[in-house]
Design a protein around this ligand. Sequence first.
Ligand code: PLP
Length: 405
Amino acid sequence: MFDIHKIRSDFPILGTKIYGKPLVYADNAASTQKPQRVIDSITDLYSNHYANIHRGVHYLSQKSTALYESARETVKIFINASKVEEIVFVRGTTEGVNLVARSYLEPLLKPDDEILISEMEHHSNIIPWQLTAERTGAKLKIIPFLENGELDLSTLPDLLSPKVKLVAVTHMSNSLGTINDVGLIIERAHALGIPVLVDGAQSIAHMPIDVQELDCDFFVFSGHKIYGPTGIGALYAKEKHLLTMLPYQGGGDMILSVSFEKTEYNDIPYKFEAGTPNIEGTIGMATALNYVSDLGIESIDEYEQDLLAYATKQFSDIEGLKIIGTAPKKGSIISFILDGIHPHDVGTIMDMEGVAVRTGHHCTQPVMDHYNIPATTRVSLSFYNTVGEIDKITKAITKVKELMG
Ligand code: PLP
């Protein structure tokens, strides 16, 4: 069902050696590697079909436009949005959140209104709301998490009130691995008429996403975390919201007509796509989504859950290693600390063994504060990782202990 050798051969970089040792790439939560199909799709665009989109009458412009718009259709299908008009191309998750903060929320906020986020958010899903709060006098409220890294949803009845104008929460934590019950949060928020933004930066590559079933108001993700290029992502927003929202940036392509007296904005989603967009990025991202669909996101999920279970068991057997984030529902991320050894030393020594992991606060400083630690070492796995690689990671950690312990 899952031909790991064939899959690995789709990713040219996985054959690389680091310091003479075969690369073990376990930094997938930061960014994923790219299959040849994605690389080829961008080369093909530049070699055969490239021109600026939307405004040209000539053949290549129309060809590029058709590819760009079919990428939007691919995103729509991948997350099961009901209309292509609900898909806005953005630079990535960060820009998607900033767009919603600026164009949707800010005009609605009054002093003392509230924005509800969680304690495990990535900085990208904290700072845009802080900026909005500073500009409007609104307040940021926080859903706390428990010691195992699970959100404490028993706090919701107290936190959700008519003062809350938006809930913004991550679907899967990039530092703890926790998969949050966003369906329940959405249901509770909607009961009070409060819209919900889901940060799908991590979840998009690891589980099926159905925005209609979730009933979220906004969903954001980045192409580079799902085997596509950097600098491209998508914002899904319910049509009713996009229709009322103001443009995020001004420029070409987002207008119907311009005069010095009055500008009429373009229809959605173009109203939110000012300037020449990342055409090659959308095409690379759509190719990546099709690649993932061909493998089957359910099969990916199942395979990665097996890897996660195996790695969790192997790591737990290492004396002095403590896993940070042990919620019952997790994606394939394991953050850990090693007794008396700084994560940066851990990462540096593991690198010498060919193992790429991330160390630091993972742009989730409040999570580090919660555990009173400066940083963790994070192993984040993808469907192209193998049980053999987990053994190599385990050996590399043991080596760190030998050298530093
Ligand atoms: N949200 C989460 C949960 C993430 O893991 C990340 C990236 O690590 C982001 C947001 C920001 O994504 P990007 O830097 O692609 O905009």
